[in-house]
Design a protein around this ligand. Structure first.
Ligand code: ADP
Length: 371
């Protein structure tokens, strides 16, 4: 059967594609109670919002960090809804000049929530303007150039900035310090993703049994956006096959067809592991050699496949190159030879993930590469 949805981006990519953007609005939880998981962030945020409601003031500025697809935009929308305030959405890359930011800030209304996605990608002058706006609710608009330039102070109404970033480490300290609350979103457990899927299936009017939810959740890489995307593919498959009630077998068959395996690995992930094991006896092998073996650019292997493989403990990055772990051999149904096991660096799993990932891309390499 041909693929009814030829994908440009991999089905398991955490960033939103145009189809996601079109459909996500309908699936986003509208209040904190419907927001699944992230208990700690939810509890703390709920307190921040309640306190500001009691004080009758706009809420403290909120910084949300974490990988794409975990609910940062959704939380920003919930904050605005819970505060009964309008929401303005922009992003770091859209604010390249201080003037761009001044235009947004000067048109905010009292109590408005300003959501700045990818806030780490804002230009330096805009960032500096934001410091003053966040702290004192005013900005200096510079008119003219050179020695004749003058600063005209502009008072702003109180507003709440919600900044989102996939790369909290790239945020300058002075900016980070100006947020009253910082929440870091973690990957979701399979059980939490089942709840996300249950809610989405209900909204999409699908009949799905519990085992099927578990099957899809297990392949969703801890990410609600991926879970919802896989659910849509399963829905299409069931429609084409005339299946009314989706069970684990149908869900599994559908996702097998899309080449997303039981652990959420896609074709590229598996071909990286297969090459590493069958062509290089499990490694270590350098990134560029590995990339040639799978017919991809080194950057694709490093930024698209590796972060999840490392997170899952299937691939290790050592100073001598990439290695397949015992779990990777097992996942491919192979037994790791004794001599390979004996040569494995002993401390591989005692190393923090950020060290395993290497310093050139850091822990944040689960983030999309900056364009
Ligand atoms: P981010 O801004 O972090 O990339 P989004 O907020 O856009 O992620 O979330 C992506 C999709 O995942 C949204 O459509 C939303 O419906 C869903 N989602 C994310 N987090 C949750 C959650 N905690 N509960 C239910 N659905 C969620």
């Amino acid at each position: 059967m041909t693929d009814p949805h030829p994908q440009e981006a991999p089905l398991v990519a955490p960033a939103a594609d145009p189809e996601d953007r079109a459909i996500e609005a309908a699936l986003r939880p509208k209040n904190l109670d419907d927001f699944v998981g992230q208990k700690r962030v939810r509890r703390q945020l709920s307190l921040v919002l309640e306190a500001s409601r009691l004080r009758g003031r706009s809420a403290d500025h909120v910084l949300l960090s974490g990988p794409p697809g975990l609910g940062k935009t959704t939380l920003a929308m919930i904050i605005a809804a819970e505060m009964n305030a309008p929401l303005r959405i922009s992003s770091g890359p859209a604010i390249q000049h201080a003037g761009d930011l001044a235009a947004i800030l000067s048109s905010l209304t009292d109590g408005e929530v300003l959501f700045l996605d990818e806030i780490h990608r804002m230009s330096r002058p805009a960032e500096e303007m934001l410091y003053m706006a966040m702290e004192d609710f005013r900005v200096d608009i510079i008119v003219g150039k050179g020695p004749g330039a003058t600063a005209i102070p502009l008072e702003l109404p109180p507003f709440t900035l919600v900044g989102a970033t996939t790369r909290a480490g790239l945020l300058p300290g002075p900016l980070r310090d100006r947020f009253g609350f910082t929440g870091h979103l973690e990957f979701y457990s399979t059980e939490e993703l089942e709840l996300v899927l249950r809610r989405s299936a209900m909204l999409m009017d699908m009949k799905v049994n519990s085992a099927a939810f578990a099957e899809i959740a297990g392949r969703s890489r801890g990410t609600p956006r991926i879970a919802n995307r896989l659910l849509r593919r399963v829905r299409d498959w069931a429609l084409v096959h005339g299946i009314d009630l989706i069970d684990a077998r149908s869900a599994g068959a559908a996702l097998d067809m899309y080449e997303v395996d039981a652990r959420g690995l896609d074709r590229l992930d598996r071909s990286v592991l297969t090459a590493l094991i069958t062509k290089f006896n499990g490694g270590p092998v350098g990134l560029s050699t590995l990339a040639i073996a799978v017919g991809e650019e080194p950057e694709t292997v490093e930024t698209v496949a590796e972060p999840y493989l490392v997170r899952e403990g299937l691939l290790g990055r050592t100073p001598r190159g990439r290695i397949a772990t015992a779990a990777a051999w097992k996942h491919l149904g192979l037994e790791m030879p004794q001599n390979v096991a004996a040569a494995m660096p002993e401390d591989l799993f005692s190393v923090a993930p950020e060290d395993l990932l290497g310093s050139e891309s850091g822990l944040d390499s689960w983030a999309q590469p900056d364009s």
